[in-house]
Design a protein around this ligand. Structure first.
Ligand SMILES: [Zn+2]
Ligand SMILES: [Zn+2]
Length: 260
């Protein structure tokens, strides 16, 4: 048992952390694909998968006629939700969907405190930020829920934000935002209820506001569900003078969204 525990905490060099494949880096190619898979059709604003097939995609772009070829656009248009009520953040970089190996890993980090799983995920997310061409000046996370922090004893989003800041060579500003009032737990609430629950519930602390002015901020969280937590935090950052906010999350646990 101790040998197994030791391997979990200090994995053998040259073995995949997830499947134990010998001679592999920390994450083998197969696990990397499973951890970071995203469907190709996603809303460019909220990052949500959108319900579009090849025909829907072409129809959504209004491309093609009976006489001419159908050209598939490089990306789908924004989802219905982002057209009606765009979020305060400009976009989301996400590692993968909240299912399978990634779901298991996120829960292992959040609920069981297995933080040794975070560095390879942070490295993969940093690579994706680079691939997405995201440019930012500093890194922060949504405000802490003190009760949840006491229960868990750690804050996965803050730990992830810290590691991303180091990997990307940008300053980390922990605790830049705080709650202005107590909020209900978000789980079990609808999207509209979540927005109401969080409306005006976050603000930048005065010393952070000075550092946020005129800066492009990377806002880091572990999971995006409806996006209301990131939206409320992004609003508070923009209100404090940030010139733009981009979100980075490990996993997307939201529903598919429809195109207009
Ligand atoms: Zn593996
Ligand atoms: Zn969207």
């Amino acid at each position: 048992m101790w040998a197994h525990l030791r391997e979990l905490i200090f994995p053998m060099p040259g073995a995949c952390l997830w499947c134990g494949l010998q001679g592999a880096p920390a994450v083998c190619g197969r696990c990397r694909v499973e951890l970071s898979w995203l469907p190709p059709d996603r809303c460019p604003r909220c990052g949500r998968p959108v319900a579009v097939g090849p025909w829907g995609r072409a129809a959504a772009a209004g491309a093609g006629t009976a006489a001419g070829p159908v050209r598939v656009p490089p990306a789908p248009p924004r989802c219905w939700s982002c057209r009606v009520r765009p979020p305060a953040f400009a976009g989301v970089t996400c590692l993968g969907l909240y299912r399978g190996l990634l779901k298991w890993t996120v829960n292992a980090v959040k609920e069981k405190g297995q933080r040794f799983l975070l560095p390879p995920l942070a490295e993969m997310l940093a690579r994706r930020l680079l691939a997405d061409g995201v440019v930012f000046d500093l890194v922060t996370a949504p405000p802490l829920d003190p009760r949840r922090l006491r229960r868990r004893g750690h804050h996965p989003a803050l730990a992830l934000a810290d590691q991303l800041a180091v990997l990307c060579g940008r300053p980390f500003l922990p605790g830049a935002l705080r709650r202005t009032r107590a909020v209900r737990a978000q789980s079990g609430l609808t999207g509209a209820q979540r927005r109401r629950n969080l409306r005006g519930a976050a603000e930048a602390v005065p010393h952070a506001a000075r550092r946020l002015a005129g800066r492009r901020v990377l806002l880091v969280d572990d999971v995006i569900t409806t996006g209301s937590t990131l939206d409320a935090a992004a609003r508070a950052l923009l209100a404090a003078g940030a010139v733009g906010v981009w979100a980075a999350v490990l996993a997307d646990n939201g529903p598919r969204r429809a195109l207009p």
